[in-house]
Design a protein around this ligand. Structure first.
Ligand code: FAD
Ligand code: SIN
Length: 536
């Protein structure tokens, strides 16, 4: 089966939906999403979106906070652009029906504060900002006759000029070009050829490459892996952000305790009730995220404890229930009453600062292939993302890339597609050995956690690279012998992402931001104040 469209958007989080709503004014948009449409990291975002609204705040202060957090690797021109465009993008969200929490102050918006911010500037919907954004954007997209959403459709690989030439197809384009993707209809098992004039990777992050993560299951780095296989440049994959405070409870899977809790006065304690962050940084609990996560890791290693504690109980029941209703209710389900007792927390993999390298319009090094949202590396975050700058980046780049690619569409609307062959399953059969897939999944996530986590060493990284190479070989063999399934495709992508993270971590011979290697404990501006860029 073949479906032709103007814009193929892979992913239904904030980046994909904002892109689709803007691009839908210029052409037909097909959004594919590998599970239910709401199942995105966006949907779980708690803290909010950082932007300058308070008269006491300024673009310059937000820019300075972002640059400090990025530890020397942010691209200042990109930082300025994103921060300057932020307020307009947030007003647009409001006009699309997003309800942010209000107060009676100058701006009308209740502004929160999180680690590394020198002013209150986090626009939020209590502690479920992402859910509200996702709800409103989906409502808009579904009401638009130019936009079609395909749930349970998973992109396998991009269709590019180089790949077509390898398969003997004649193409007229001189530059590398992308014409869409092969897509697995997860329910029927059929592989559909989606042909598109413009293709957009909005596939989110890769937290699932680690054993413990705040991310939902969809975050398996598919977009990064597909882009890399297609020849897109990948940058800064060593900078994996660990969120300092995820709920530590045997029954809780991936539940975040927002940094906004620390913003509103939450303090970190060890198991004996001692506050410890003052030992590590003058900003204490509101230091940059890499510092707080590393301090917790060190405290846990020193004490042998399995978690530390976050206490907000002193703010009183009414405040807590009103400001953090979702966190309060969720913790209560696990018999933790946060109005009376501290919350057991641990760091977990949260955000991928690296990704597919793009320009200021979200364009990759392939002609008509864009990457937006967490899948991209735009230069905004440098070596450590400032809290709540991710949704902001997605908003700004989704809009810019929609405008840019619409111009491309205008110029290329009448160009015919090449004769792209249907997906070739070869001699693949149904697998009876799914245990191989689940075993390798587990192994990757474990060695990434143990060897490529918050604190790294050369020896651990070397171990990890040898393991991932062996697993890659096994997957290659398995991939071509068996019919593709979502689990197998995700495993193949996770293995690529793991290899990219380890490779970048081995290349960077210093410690900076989120990358901390005990064999090179210092920052080396002379040699390493630059991005780590790799490609096939
Ligand atoms: P996502 O929202 O993750 O969407 C990715 C989409 O791609 C999904 O629809 C997925 O199904 C689809 N997809 C993936 N692979 C494929 C494939 N192969 N085929 C088809 N579809 C595919 N950031 C902030 O700025 N502020 C916050 O308060 C905040 N809180 C957070 C809380 C949590 C718990 C988490 C996990 C993250 C948080 N972040 C926050 C980070 C932020 O939410 C994400 O970076 C952002 O939502 C990513 O948006 P996105 O559109 O790029 O990707
Ligand atoms: C949070 O609410 O702590 C998440 C904020 C972020 O990831 O930016």
């Amino acid at each position: 089966m073949e479906i032709k469209t103007d814009f193929l958007v892979i992913g239904s989080g904030i980046a994909g939906l904002v892109f689709a709503i803007e691009a839908g004014r210029h052409g037909r948009v097909s959004i594919i999403t590998k599970k239910e449409k709401m199942e995105t990291s966006t949907n779980y975002a708690q803290g909010g979106i950082a932007s300058v609204f308070d008269p006491q705040d300024s673009f310059d202060l937000h820019i300075q906070d972002t640059l400090k957090s990025g530890d020397g690797l942010c691209h200042e021109d990109v930082v300025r652009m994103v921060i300057n465009e932020g307020p307009d993008r947030i007003k647009e969200l409001q006009s699309l029906g997003v309800n942010f929490t209000k107060n009676s102050g100058d701006t009308g918006l209740d502004l929160g504060i999180e680690g590394g911010h020198s002013r209150r500037r986090i626009v939020h919907t209590k502690d479920r900002t992402g859910h509200e954004v996702e709800r409103a954007l989906l409502e808009q997209a579904e009401a638009n006759p130019n936009i079609e959403i395909y749930e349970n459709h998973m992109a396998i690989d991009l269709i590019t000029k180089s790949k077509m030439i390898k398969r003997g197809i004649v193409v007229s384009e001189t530059e590398e070009t992308c014409w869409g993707a092969y897509v697995l209809d997860v329910n029927s098992g059929q592989v559909i050829t989606f042909l598109a004039k413009v293709t957009v990777l909005a596939t989110g992050g890769a937290g699932k490459v680690y054993l413990y993560t705040s991310n939902p299951d969809i975050a398996s780095g598919d977009g990064i892996a597909m882009g890399y296989r297609a020849g897109v440049k990948v940058a800064n994959m060593e900078f994996v952000q660990f969120h300092p405070t995820c709920l530590y409870h045997p029954m809780a899977k991936n539940f975040l305790i927002s940094e906004a809790v620390r913003g509103e006065g939450g303090i970190l304690l060890d198991s004996r009730g001692n506050r410890f962050m003052e030992k590590y940084h003058p900003m204490k609990e509101l230091a940059f995220r890499d510092i707080v996560a590393r301090s917790i890791d060190l405290e846990m290693k020193k004490s042998g404890d399995e978690c530390v504690y976050l206490d907000i109980s002193h703010r009183g029941t009414d405040f807590i229930k009103n400001r953090f209703p979702y966190i309060y209710e969720t913790c209560l389900k696990y018999q933790i009453d946060i109005t009376r007792e501290p919350i057991p927390v641990v760091p977990a993999a949260h955000y991928m600062c690296g990704g597919l390298l793009t320009d200021k319009n979200g364009l990759t090094n392939i002609n008509n292939l864009y990457a937006i949202g967490e899948v991209a590396c735009t230069g905004l975050h440098g070596a450590n993302r400032l809290a709540s700058n991710s949704l902001l980046e997605a908003l700004v780049f989704a809009k810019r890339s929609a405008i840019h690619s619409s111009k491309y569409l205008e110029e290329n609307r009448d160009k015919p597609f090449p004769g792209v062959p249907v997906w070739d399953p070869g001699t693949a059969t149904d697998s009876e050995e799914m245990v191989v897939v689940s075993h390798n999944w587990d192994e990757i996530r474990r060695f990434m956690w143990n060897y490529v986590g918050i604190v790294r060493t050369n020896k651990r990284l070397q171990r990890a690279i040898s393991r991932v190479k062996i697993i890659q070989e096994e997957i290659k063999e398995y991939y071509w012998n068996f019919i593709v399934t979502r689990d197998l495709l995700e495993l193949r992508n996770l293995a690529v992402v793991a290899e990219l993270i380890i490779t970048c971590a081995l290349l960077r011979k210093e410690s900076r931001g989120l990358h901390y290697n005990l064999d090179y404990p210092n920052k080396d501006d002379e040699h390493w104040r630059r991005d780590t860029v790799i490609w096939l």
